[in-house]
Design a protein around this ligand. Structure first.
Ligand code: SF4
Length: 383
């Protein structure tokens, strides 16, 4: 419980939530609006963490963990924890797909670390706390997945990740979460002269390591204090619309998405479930800025909603224009803006694209091409 007038105790995830969307931060940490919903990615992550904790709990009790036993536990825990508020955003993946991914993570970890004899586990889901300033005003807390004492004075802070993305080393070397945990470990174990940060990217069977210099830790403290000051001074908590909105538990009450239901959440902003659209304006000599930005947003959202559908193709002609074909593709005719089912992206084609999104989903190939096209920032050329 935070003392009246004192700053709340921050965690790395609390800070990251603010950075990705201040409004989501407000809903979660200030208004404390409860949400039963859980993304399947979060559910899967919890089950894998729980299984690995069980593995090390067994080892602490001199029980030799077998791989079949570990996978049986994972299956059992998955079944008993499953609830009807687990949400799958990526509709082209099934529950089984996620469950198998969790198993793969565990098999990778088990095979790489058996017989699990590196160092001594001194904490599982271990709470660490620290102060960023001398006065103790800026307090940080977190939970270390596994804290290991490799030898006297040498500790490792381990973190399990089930993410499908493997970060580059430079991102690991500037990661805030484990470095803040390191501060906690230093404060709680004064004999810790050497601390190594270890990330297990389980889906890839890959371990990434990093160390922090005392100077880097001082810079981290200063930057984190500045960030906490910014959060404390915020009164607006402006929502930041992004692709992450699809995973946000507060999407249904967020002003950016007002009026949108869970069913229409995957559709572009301004497009209703019945295929109508709003918020588009066009000037006489082409699209207005509003329409261009709407189109860009709509496409980004549509791409996120993409998966399989009828035959379709996307091409960019030499003059940089985007062409989309939603049926059997032939050759586009750049001279008149339309030919044999090919549509040059425009105000008119937008509504066709949106209808297509509503009906079904696009192929991975179309998605990839659209993503490449949007990345070139050439959408502003469409008139
Ligand atoms: S739906 Fe998006 S903009 Fe709204 S609170 Fe959630 S993350 Fe923020």
């Amino acid at each position: 419980m935070d003392r009246p007038g004192a700053l709340p105790t921050y965690s790395p995830s609390r800070i990251s939530t603010y950075e990705s969307c201040p409004r989501q931060y407000k809903y979660r940490y200030i208004d404390r609006i409860p949400r039963d919903e859980e993304s399947i990615e979060a559910f899967l992550g919890s089950r894998v963490h729980e299984a690995l904790n069980k593995l090390y709990r067994d080892l602490q009790l001199d029980k030799d963990p077998s791989l079949p036993g570990l996978l049986d536990y994972y299956e059992w825990d998955w079944g008993r924890r499953w609830h009807d508020q687990v949400r799958i955003v990526k509709q082209d993946y099934s529950i089984d797909h996620y469950k198998r991914l969790g198993k793969r993570c565990l098999v990778n970890y088990y095979q790489a670390h058996k017989p699990f004899d590196r160092g001594q586990t001194v904490g599982l889901e271990h709470r660490v706390t620290s102060s960023l300033d001398q006065a103790g005003r800026y307090r940080i807390q977190g939970y270390v997945d596994r804290l290991v004492r490799v030898r006297p004075g040498h500790y490792e802070v381990h973190d399990y990740k089930t993410s499908g993305r493997l970060p580059p080393q430079d991102q690991i070397d500037t990661d805030r979460q484990l470095a803040l945990y390191q501060l906690g470990v230093v404060g709680m174990w004064p004999d810790a002269e050497e601390i190594e940060l270890v990330w297990h990217y389980l889906a890839f069977g890959k371990e990434l390591r990093s160390r922090r210099t005392p100077e880097a830790l001082e810079r981290l403290k200063t930057a984190t204090i500045a960030l906490i000051d910014r959060i404390e001074a915020d009164t607006e908590f402006t929502p930041i619309k992004s692709l992450l909105c699809q995973w946000c538990a507060y999407l249904s009450i967020c002003p950016i998405w007002t009026g949108r239901t869970a069913e229409t959440a995957a559709l572009p902003v301004g497009v209703t479930g019945d295929g109508g659209s709003k918020g588009i304006s066009a000037s006489g000599d082409g699209m207005s800025i509003d329409l261009r930005s709407f189109l860009r947003e709509a496409l980004v959202e549509a791409i996120r909603a993409a998966a399989e559908t009828e035959a379709g193709e996307v091409r960019v002609s030499e003059d940089g224009r985007l062409w989309v074909h939603l049926d059997e593709p032939t050759e586009p005719d750049a001279s008149n803006g339309r030919a044999d089912g090919w549509i040059q992206l425009s105000e008119e084609s937008l509504s066709l694209l949106l209808r297509q999104v509503e009906r079904g989903r696009w192929s991975a190939e179309i998605v990839e091409k659209l993503e490449r096209y949007l990345a070139t920032d050439s959408l502003g050329d469409i008139t």
